[in-house]
Design a binder for this molecule. Structure first.
Ligand code: NA7
Length: 538
C-alpha cells in the first residue's frame, strides 16, 4: 500500500471532486510535479460521491457541467440533459480511465489538521488515521458544501424510523415504497427528494420555511448521435461559457425589464419559460436581479405560471403566494420536475413551518408549534450546509502562529481573490468563499480558478519564488469589493446561504463574488500581470 507511509509531495490537494481531479491532472501530467490527493470519501466525485439522495441531479445542462478538455468530451456522451448523480459518478470513472487519476488519490483519508511549518517551509498535514503528509504547496479543493447542517431539534436521536441528512444518504438507497416520508427543507435538495420519493411512497410531507421559487427543468433524453453532431461547436461553446456572467451558456440581455411593453415582456418571459432550466433566471433582463420593480415583474409571471398548476387553494398560497416572499432569483431556484402537481395530490402535504415551526422530533415523527405530531417512517433532512466556509473551517487549518482558520473567519470572511489566505502561505483553495462560487456553474468557475492557480504556480517556478502570502490589506480590499458589488444587487438583503444567513450565528455578509465570472477572471489575471500584486513573495 503506497499510502501506508507518510506522504512527501510537491503539492497536496484535499478533495477528489471536479477541482481536485483537474488540478491533479494538470500539475502532475503537464507540470511534472509530484502530487497527491487526499479524499475523505471512498471514490472520486466530491459532491457527487456524497450526494446520492433520491433524485439527486445537476441543475446545469449538458454540455456545460463537464471539463472543457477535448480528450474528455470527445469520448463521452450523456443520456439526459440534466444528468443524475449515478451518471456523474460514471463520468468520474471515465475521467479516471482517461487520465489515470485514482493511482494518486488516497481515499478514506480525512484531513484533521494542517499547518505551514516556517522552519522547513512546508505544509504539514495530519490525517485522521495518524499519517502525515508534507508538501510545498497545499490546495483545498473541498467545494462549498462539505459541511452539512441541520438544526439541533430536541429529540433528533429518538426517532425510531429511518432518518438521513441528504449528503449522508446511503448509496444503496432507502426503500420508501408504501412509506410515509417527511422532507424537511425546500432548497434544491428538498425539492428533488420530495419529487423522487413521491413516485413510490405512500405519502410525502414537505416542511417548508421559505417557498422555493422553482423553475421547470424540462428534462430531455439525449442520444449519442445528437451529441456527436453538436461536438464541432464544443470548442467555441467552452470558450463562450467563460464569457457569460455565470459561466452558463445563457446571459442577461442588454435590456431593462420596463423598457419593454407589457406584451413584449410577457412574450419574452414566455419564451424563457418554455426553454426551461435557468433561462428565466440567467438569460433574462439585465436589471432583474438589481431592481426591485423589475424583479416584481419576474415574480408576477412566475406566480401566475406556478399557481395555475396547483388546484388546492391552501397549498397554492403556501407554495406560490401572491405576495413575493423575497426577490425572485435571490435564492437559488430549484429546477423542478412536476413538483407542484405532485404536492397537489391529496396524499401529499406541505406544512408551512414559518407559521408553525418544528419544535421537536419524536419517536414517531415531527411535532410542530401548533402541537401537531405527524408520524413518519422516513425523514429526509434537506436542511443544507454551512456553505462556502464550513468545510475549510472544520479541517483544523492553522495559520503560521497556530490560530485556527475558524478564528480568522469568526467575525467575517477574509481571503484574497477567494483563493489565498494571509497567515496561510503557499495555500490555495478553489470553489469556496469569496470566489464566484455561488453564482457560477461549477466546472466554469473551477477552470477559471484552477487556471489562475496553475498560472501562479508556473510563475513561481519560473521566477524562483518559493513563498507567497497575501497581505491583510489586500484581503480587506477584496472583502470590501465583494460587499460593495453585492450591494448593487438584490441578493444582499435576503436570508440565504449566499449571505451566510442560513446558519444561526454565522456573520451575515456576501460570501461569493457577484460581479460575474469574466470580471472575476480579469481581476485575478491583473494580480499576476502586476507581479503578484497584494502578495508578499520570497
Ligand atoms: P439549501 O438550499 O440551503 O436548503 C436548505 C433548506 O432547509 C431551506 O429550504 C431552508 O429554509 C431549510 N431549513 C433550514 N433550517 C430549517 C429549519 N430550522 N426549519 C425548517 N427548514 C429549515 O440546501 P440544499 O441542500 O437544498 O442545496 C444546496 C445547494 O446545493 C443548492 O443551492 C445547489 O446549488 C446545490 P430557508 O430557505 O432557510 O427558510
Amino acid at each position: 500500500d503506497t499510502y501506508a507511509d507518510n506522504l512527501e509531495v510537491d503539492v497536496l490537494i484535499v478533495g477528489a471532486g471536479f477541482g481536485g481531479v483537474y488540478l491533479l491532472h494538470k500539475l502532475r501530467d503537464e507540470f511534472g510535479m509530484k502530487v497527491k490527493v487526499v479524499e475523505a470519501g471512498k471514490d472520486l466525485g466530491g459532491i457527487w460521491y456524497w450526494n446520492c439522495y433520491p433524485g439527486a441531479r445537476v441543475d446545469s445542462m449538458v454540455p456545460v457541467y463537464e471539463y472543457s478538455m477535448e480528450k474528455l468530451w470527445k469520448n463521452w456522451n450523456w443520456t439526459e440533459k440534466y444528468p443524475d448523480w449515478a451518471e456523474l459518478r460514471k463520468y468520474f470513472d471515465f475521467v479516471d480511465k482517461q487520465l489515470d487519476i485514482k493511482k494518486d488519490v488516497a481515499f478514506d483519508s480525512k484531513v484533521v489538521g494542517a499547518r505551514f511549518d516556517k522552519a522547513s517551509q512546508r505544509w504539514v498535514t495530519k490525517l485522521e488515521d495518524g499519517r502525515t503528509a508534507y508538501s510545498k504547496l497545499f490546495i483545498c479543493a473541498t467545494g462549498f458544501a462539505a459541511k452539512r447542517y441541520f438544526p439541533d431539534w430536541p429529540g433528533l436521536d429518538t426517532f425510531k424510523g429511518i432518518m438521513h441528512h441528504s449528503s449522508f444518504w446511503p448509496s444503496e438507497g432507502v426503500d420508501v415504497a408504501g412509506k410515509r416520508v417527511a422532507v424537511i427543507g425546500t432548497g434544491s435538495t428538498g425539492i428533488q427528494i420530495a419529487q423522487e420519493t413521491a413516485k413510490t411512497a405512500k405519502s410525502v410531507t414537505v416542511f417548508q420555511r421559505t417557498p422555493n421559487l422553482c423553475l421547470p427543468m424540462r428534462q430531455e433524453k439525449l442520444t449519442k448521435e445528437a451529441q456527436e453532431a453538436q461536438k464541432k461547436d464544443y470548442p467555441e461553446f467552452y470558450k463562450n461559457r467563460m464569457t457569460t456572467f455565470s459561466g452558463f451558456p445563457m446571459d442577461f440581455v442588454d435590456r431593462n425589464t420596463l423598457d419593454d411593453t407589457p406584451e413584449q415582456r410577457e412574450a419574452f418571459f414566455e419564451e424563457l419559460w418554455q426553454k426551461g432550466g435557468f433561462w428565466f433566471w440567467l438569460g433574462t433582463y439585465k436589471d432583474m436581479l438589481k431592481d426591485e420593480k423589475a424583479n416584481d415583474e419576474a415574480y408576477k409571471f412566475w406566480a401566475k405560471k406556478t399557481r395555475a398548476r396547483i388546484t388546492d387553494p391552501v397549498k397554492r398560497d403556501i407554495l406560490a403566494p401572491l405576495e413575493k416572499p423575497h426577490p425572485w432569483g435571490t435564492k437559488r431556484p430549484s429546477l423542478e420536475q412536476n413538483f407542484y402537481e405532485m404536492l397537489d395530490r391529496p396524499e401529499n402535504e406541505v406544512v408551512d413551518v414559518k407559521k408553525t415551526p418544528i419544535v421537536e422530533v419524536t419517536e414517531k415523527g415531527v411535532r410542530t408549534a401548533d402541537d401537531k405530531e405527524r408520524e413518519f417512517d422516513v425523514i429526509a433532512l434537506a436542511t443544507g450546509f454551512d456553505s462556502l466556509t464550513g468545510g475549510m473551517k472544520s479541517m483544523g487549518l492553522k495559520d503560521v502562529n497556530g490560530a485556527d482558520l475558524s478564528e480568522k473567519w469568526k467575525n467575517g470572511t477574509y481571503s484574497y481573490l477567494g483563493m489565498t489566505l494571509s497567515g496561510f502561505p503557499n495555500l490555495f483553495y478553489l470553489y469556496g468563499a469569496q470566489g464566484p462560487t455561488a453564482f457560477a456553474n461549477g466546472p466554469s468557475c473551477l477552470e477559471s480558478q484552477a487556471g489562475w492557480i496553475l498560472s501562479a504556480i508556473a510563475k513561481m517556478r519560473k521566477e524562483g519564488i518559493s513563498y507567497i502570502e497575501p497581505t491583510t490589506a489586500s484581503e480587506q480590499e477584496w472583502h470590501d469589493k465583494i460587499q460593495t458589488i453585492s450591494k448593487t444587487t438584490l441578493f444582499h438583503n435576503v436570508d440565504s446561504w449566499y449571505m451566510g444567513a442560513n446558519i444561526p450565528g454565522k456573520p451575515r455578509e456576501q460570501l461569493s463574488f457577484s460581479g460575474g465570472l469574466p470580471l472575476y477572471t480579469q481581476e485575478c489575471r491583473k494580480v499576476l500581470d502586476n507581479g503578484f500584486e497584494g502578495f508578499v513573495t520570497a
